[in-house]
Write a protein that binds this ligand. Structure first.
Ligand code: C2E
Ligand code: CA
Ligand code: CA
Ligand code: CA
Length: 279
């Protein structure tokens, strides 16, 4: 009994430490969102498989804090979602992407579209479409330059409302990708109803290429179905030539991954990928 109590106390102390750190980080994130300092986007190229041409970029959030250093979005996005900071954070990030596109255009470059990740709370804001329309107007962006990625789980239970929001995004000329596809629970008939343009096959399927017959069967089914639905198929997380080769037998249109290009700061992505596209 004595030991049990000690153990409990130890556990409780560790929990306090963790909670304290998480609270401190939440405060730091709040300050970062207010000031904008240390917050940026990196841009990862998506290239057409056959030609290697750059077709779009994914905007990925980056946060560098004086004390915590570089914090992974895999950590601070969920923290923001738990602590109610995701809306102001997302608004800042979406604005950063729009401002970056404007700056490239002002510099005479011809940027490809940038896809922004939408979180669930953001997607379900009543004025999301208004916000996006305002950004397009404020930064005078040609239609379709700002695109969006979302995940299946965000749309569950509210399919009819989701379809309406997606439809409005499509009317703004935005392309919409279903992210991490294959890891959720979408039925085929449901997918068919959604006005999306793109399926991004989750990285886990690419990693299992050549290792798991089961996951290859899923890959074949997903890509076959996507072709039938006339969706663009993106393979995410392609890291090697071997994976790229192994994808050869599937209907994949676009490649994203470290092999074709890592996420880069705005200046680097521009100089490497579309400096020569001056108008
Ligand atoms: P995601 O949307 O699935 O983004 C792709 C992630 O895979 C990125 O991680 C990217 O850097 C990484 N990646 C790309 N190619 C490869 C590869 O070849 N191999 C491997 N191992 N990884 C690759 P990142 O930047 O750490 O972002 C993690 C997640 O955080 C994203 O997953 C997304 O869910 C979320 N996230 C990032 N930025 C934002 C944002 O601005 N808003 C929201 N709501 N979520 C974001
Ligand atoms: Ca994404
Ligand atoms: Ca993804
Ligand atoms: Ca993901």
């Amino acid at each position: 009994k004595q030991e049990g109590r000690n153990t409990y106390r130890l556990y409780s102390t560790q929990l306090d430490v963790r909670e304290h750190r998480s609270l401190a980080m939440e405060t730091a994130l709040r300050n970062t969102i207010d000031s904008g300092e240390g917050l940026s986007l990196h841009y990862q190229p998506l290239v057409e498989r056959n030609s290697g041409a750059l077709v779009s970029m994914e905007a990925l959030a980056r946060w560098v804090h004086p004390e915590y250093g570089q914090v992974s979005p895999g950590d601070f996005i969920p923290l923001a979602e738990r602590s109610g900071l995701i809306l102001p954070l997302s608004q800042r990030l979406m604005r950063l992407a729009a401002a970056q596109l404007r700056s490239w255009l002002d510099n005479g470059l011809q940027p490809v579209p940038v896809a922004v990740n939408l979180s669930a709370q953001q997607f379900w804001q009543h004025d999301l479409i208004m916000q996006i329309r305002t950004l397009y107007e404020e930064f005078q962006l040609p239609a379709g330059l700002l695109n969006f990625e979302l995940t299946e789980s965000m749309l569950l239970d509210k399919q009819q409302q989701a379809i309406r929001v997606l439809q409005e995004l499509r009317e703004l000329g935005c392309r919409i990708a279903m992210d991490d596809f294959g890891t959720g629970y979408s039925s085929l008939s449901y997918l068919h109803q959604l006005p999306i343009t793109t399926l991004k096959i989750d990285r886990s399927f690419i990693q299992q290429l050549g290792e798991s017959a089961g996951s290859e069967a899923i890959l074949a089914a997903i890509t076959g179905m996507a072709q039938g639905l006339k969706l663009t198929v993106v393979a995410e997380g392609v890291e090697t030539q071997a994976q790229l080769d192994a994808l050869g037998k599937y209907q994949v249109n676009v490649i994203q991954g470290y092999f074709t290009g890592r996420p880069l700061p705005a200046e680097d992505i521009a100089s490497r990928y579309f400096m020569n596209n001056r108008r």
